[in-house]
Design a protein around this ligand. Structure first.
Ligand code: HPA
Ligand code: ZN
Length: 339
């Protein structure tokens, strides 16, 4: 199964670039920037990666991001991720970044986006891996700060495909960001939002109705609401599911109880992603493998998840079809080689 998953062409649609900052790189960048990390060693830091919930994780994730100061730091982090993604046969990824995490520390918006974007361009040239950027607003900050961030993004509009919503979910419903998402739509951005990770199914409804999203990030708690399940199935609204994240943040107690099986049975357009791979113990292929083993998924079902990732991405239709044909070709060849 591991071989099958490794070779499978796929897209990654739920990946926070700041969540790819692994301990080794964090220490290297901290040294370069003369920043003191609270932990004495890489192992000491890794031991802290034990989370009771989303907020526990976010505290460490924002602390880790404090080492990022220069364009080179953002470049290196993005480059390392894209190298790993390429090795795992990710052909396309749509990358979240959190500008407010950096601009509130005095790092310029341009420093952040230019470092990330240059690595994306270099990886496309060197590996042929394509990528797009999604700007996420921090939902535990106010809407005014999100609007300011949107304005800072406008000179870089050509580098950004969509805006999204992340950080602490409960108590920060999508409706809080209705105005900034309206502005983003007017500026021609697509929209996505984290919803139903720790928050209720109602937040998923809000993301659909108030934010007019093209995808729901996570969406687990949608399964509590039959009318919502019907709506997601009917509209084929993609859900970007992150199994190891859900396990590490205790959104599920065991992958065997993960709602993905039910989502598939209900004909939802589900995809597999890694969220914050440096913190959750696995990149995309480890996520595919863990959920495939826990739910006893067949090769056909896993192949369908990879096809879904291209269906749900922000490519034009003809490109989506080309990528889906690559998955079909892989499945056919794989089965023939087994005969
Ligand atoms: N949820 C919300 N915010 C986040 C996450 C997540 O899984 N990862 C990084 N920021
Ligand atoms: Zn996420």
């Amino acid at each position: 199964m591991l071989n099958f998953i490794n070779g499978l062409p796929k897209a990654e649609l739920h990946l926070h670039i700041e969540g790819t900052l692994n301990p080794e790189l964090m220490f290297k960048i901290a040294k370069r920037n003369n920043i003191k990390i609270k932990y004495n060693s890489i192992d000491g830091l890794k031991k802290a990666y034990d989370f009771g919930n989303l907020q526990d994780f976010l505290n460490l994730y924002y602390q880790g991001a404090e080492v990022l100061i220069q364009e080179l730091d953002f470049y290196e982090m993005t480059w390392e991720y894209l190298e790993k993604a390429h090795i795992q046969n990710v052909l396309h990824c749509e990358i979240f970044f959190d500008p407010q995490t950096h601009t509130t520390r005095g790092v310029a918006f341009a420093t952040v986006i230019n470092g990330i974007y240059k690595a994306m361009m270099d990886a496309e040239n060197k590996f042929g891996i394509s990528s797009k950027l999604i700007l996420c607003f921090l939902r535990d900050m106010d809407e005014e700060s999100a609007i300011k961030t949107l304005h800072e993004a406008l000179p870089h509009k050509d580098k950004i495909i969509a805006v999204g919503l992340d950080s602490a979910e409960v108590g920060n419903p999508p409706s809080k960001f209705k105005n900034v998402f309206n502005l983003a739509h007017q500026e021609g951005f697509l929209t996505v939002a984290h919803a139903g990770e720790e928050g209720p199914a109602d937040y998923v409804w809000e993301a659909l109705e108030h934010l007019r999203v093209s995808r729901i990030d996570h969406g687990n708690n949608s399964m509590d609401d039959e009318a919502l399940i019907d709506e997601l199935a009917k509209s084929q609204m993609p859900l970007t599911v992150c199994p190891l994240s859900n396990l590490k943040l205790k959104v599920v107690d065991d992958l065997k109880n993960h709602p993905l099986r039910k989502m598939i049975e209900k004909n939802l357009l589900v995809t597999i992603n890694s969220d914050d791979p440096a913190y959750f113990g696995g990149y995309i292929n480890e996520n595919y493998l863990a959920i495939a083993e826990a739910l006893d998924l067949s090769k056909e079902e896993i192949g369908q998840l990879a096809k879904n990732s291209f269906k749900a991405c922000f490519f034009e239709d003809f490109l989506k079809e080309k990528m889906i044909a690559k998955v079909d070709e892989y499945l056919l060849n794989y089965n023939q080689n087994l005969d």
